[in-house]
Design a protein around this ligand. Structure first.
Ligand SMILES: [Ca+2]
Ligand SMILES: [Ca+2]
Length: 299
């Protein structure tokens, strides 16, 4: 009994003094995060939670979205960052290799390689220490690893893309194990203080893309975002909560779900009314779009 309590005490004291870099191991409860972010433009809205909203009637056939790839590694002990990004829907197509971002959080001593697989609609990125620098790790020149993206790529959006919910995501499991068993997956490799290396699947976050055929908030598609839309949202909410039946099309549901959660409810109706009130106030010439307005009131 005495022995067990001694080991427990030792383990506890070790936990307290282990430096952060030694914790770069899922068994120790730490993994870096890979995530994506899309830049907004005149046709692409980005909501406060990062979700992209596209009104497909704005698309003209030459539209693409710029997708930035970020790695958040608090241990700052990686030597190889290897994201593999996929979109499973052919309406959002990767046509070019990823490009290294002009500024990254790491110093110049690294290699950058990218490749594309058009059949599987995937982009591979390798961002790592040079071959001759075996045993070292990527050195940071910035405070956080995700102060800048490591890379970006453009995804072409088909102007005929139907209303629906899409996602661009990190491939962490084989796509097609039967026909493509050697497919590379998203990985990250750590360098430990003793020079050892371990490779893991990082924690990953998807990029959500919501498509409708109308402006966000314009549920009845009359070109206005106003109390009528809020009232339609409340009608849908009533129908869902009493009968469990939706009265909306996917186009209406996507335009109505302002906070991008799983529900169409009073919270969305209230957001529409708030934006309508903002649009109705005098004295401001250039009004923000709905997504920009939502971001501005969060700040
Ligand atoms: Ca309307
Ligand atoms: Ca909602």
């Amino acid at each position: 009994m005495k022995k067990i309590s001694f080991i427990t005490a030792l383990a506890m004291s070790l936990t307290a003094v282990i430096p952060f870099s030694a914790m770069a191991d899922p068994e120790e409860g730490y993994l870096p995060i890979m995530y994506l972010s899309v830049e907004d433009n005149e046709k692409i809205s980005v909501l406060p939670d990062g979700t992209v909203y596209i009104n497909n009637e704005d698309l003209t056939g030459d539209d693409s979205i710029r997708v930035n790839v970020y790695v958040q590694d608090e241990s700052k002990s990686c030597w190889n960052l290897a994201p593999k990004v996929k979109c499973a829907d052919g309406n959002i197509k990767f046509n070019e290799n990823a490009i290294e971002n002009e500024t990254t959080a790491y110093d110049d001593q690294h290699e950058f390689i990218s490749s594309i697989d058009k059949e599987y609609n995937t982009v591979n990125i390798t961002f790592k220490t040079p071959l001759l620098s075996t045993g070292t790790k990527l050195e940071l020149t910035s405070e956080n690893t995700d102060d800048y993206p490591i890379a970006y790529f453009n995804a072409d959006v088909n102007s005929e893309i139907p209303a629906g919910n899409y996602r661009i995501y990190f491939l962490t499991e084989p796509d097609d194990p039967e026909n493509n068993p050697d497919q590379r997956l998203t990985q990250i490799s750590f360098r430990y203080d003793d020079g050892d290396s371990k490779t893991f699947t990082p924690e990953v976050r998807d990029q959500k893309i919501v498509v409708s055929d109308r402006m966000l908030g314009d549920v009845n598609k009359d070109g206005l975002i106003d109390a009528v839309d809020a009232s339609e949202v409340l009608g849908e909410y009533a129908s869902l909560s009493t009968d469990g039946v939706s009265t909306f099309t996917i186009e209406q549901t996507n335009a109505a779900n302002i906070n991008m959660d799983e529900y169409t409810d009073a919270v969305d109706a209230s957001a529409i009314l708030d934006y309508y009130a903002y649009l109705s106030t005098n004295g401001q010439e250039d009004k923000l779009g709905f997504a920009e307005y939502l971001t501005s009131i969060q700040e």
